[in-house]
Ligand binder design. Structure first.
Ligand code: CA
Length: 372
């Protein structure tokens, strides 16, 4: 696949498609692969394409931080320039753009690529799956990253965890959800596997870009929407368009975000710059989760103080129903794809052990603190 791409690239040069300015830019921006003495001081310029709107609070601003961490940690030897969704390539073409080398780095969420890589969603979020803390444990210490690298290898990509939103919210509803029956006919903006689960429960999932959510909810074009959590949801004004705010975000229990690196660009780096890219991604991963915890807590307090929103837990029978459908869908995916089966085996066995530990640690502590 990469050979074909390279041939296309050479053909494009031959046909003059890039023009002399394009060729000069390619030459100037090619990573330094020289081993000559003094080459370590040469400046390397990389592009980072992101799936998020430019400077979007949290996800977008952390991408800017990631780029500036790599630039400053390398003393300017590896300079990273950020392009938000749509600025250099369309948001949902980040995976392909980094794979073919249009940009050296990309930032997004692995479940966006499930159309071409169905097993990818396990590296972002699956309904009723692992939390941020458990995802990090699996990725860093449970063989997750190795599996992830194996999965992206044919695409010429090296993935790193580089952000996490923590548990998301169930969403904003203009209808009360008191029973499983209330899901029937519910028109809700909810992408990915969560949407398929809702469909099986009788609802109608819709996929809308962030920019269209508020108006669709306000005009009644949709009955409900999920987005992220209080921090980002209030930034969109969703509390002005719906009364009920349900939890928990069963469909996104701890979404991991990824930084993908073009493999040949990565391998051409000296060892210290490779370590810097990796450490900056680790830093973005922990910082984003911390930012979301802090900002979500502030925004939740603001919502409670304003008093116009009813914050409710989904009734247990509703969660049971959704959990049942999630398991069915995952079983079907596993049966139809051996790669999904391999990733799910690792994910599920890690999840069971981590869950058992967290039941008597995090969970028990949370319950103990909630006692009157
Ligand atoms: Ca979401």
């Amino acid at each position: 696949m990469k050979i074909i791409k390279r041939r296309d690239f050479i053909a494009a040069l031959g046909a003059g498609a890039l023009g002399s300015a394009g060729l000069a830019a390619c030459t100037r921006e090619a990573p330094d692969t020289s081993s000559a003495p003094g080459s370590r001081r040469k400046k390397i310029r990389w592009k980072l394409v992101s799936t998020w709107p430019p400077n979007f609070p949290g996800v977008g601003t952390m991408v800017n931080e990631l780029a500036s961490m790599i630039t400053s940690m390398s003393g300017g030897r590896l300079e990273v320039k950020v392009f938000g969704g749509g600025e250099l390539v369309p948001a949902l073409q980040v995976f392909d753009a980094v794979s073919r080398g249009t940009a050296e780095l990309g930032h997004g969420a692995a479940y966006y690529w499930k159309g071409s890589v169905p097993a990818a969603q396990f590296f972002a979020a699956v309904p009723f799956g692992m939390t941020a803390q458990q995802m990090n444990a699996w990725l860093y210490y449970g063989g997750g990253i190795e599996l992830w690298r194996e999965l992206y290898e044919p695409f010429g990509l090296v993935p790193f965890p580089a952000g996490n939103t923590g548990v998301q919210m169930g969403g904003w509803f203009n209808r009360e959800i008191n029973s499983v029956e209330d899901l029937r006919g519910l028109k809700m903006r909810i992408p990915g596997l969560g949407g398929e689960v809702l469909r099986r429960a009788g609802g109608t999932p819709v996929t809308l870009p962030g920019s269209e959510i508020f108006t669709s909810l306000q005009t009644g074009a949709i009955d409900a929407t999920e987005w992220i959590g209080p921090y980002n949801d209030l930034a969109f004004g969703l509390n002005k368009a719906a009364k009920y705010y349900y939890y928990p975000g069963w469909h996104e229990p701890g979404s991991t975000l990824e930084c993908i690196v073009n493999k040949s660009a990565y391998e051409s780096l000296p060892e210290d710059l490779k370590a810097i890219v990796s450490a900056a991604c680790d830093a973005a991963n922990v910082r984003m989760l911390s930012e979301y915890t802090a900002r979500n807590a502030e925004a939740l307090q603001r919502l409670r103080d304003e008093g116009a929103t009813e914050i409710r837990r989904f009734p247990e029978p509703v969660l049971d129903k959704l959990r049942g459908h999630s398991e069915e869908i995952l079983e079907e995916l596993t049966a139809s794809d051996p790669v999904v089966a391999k990733v799910r085996d690792s994910y599920r066995s890690f999840y069971r052990r981590a869950h058992a530990w967290h039941e008597i640690s995090e969970g028990a502590m949370q319950d103990a603190r909630s006692l009157p």
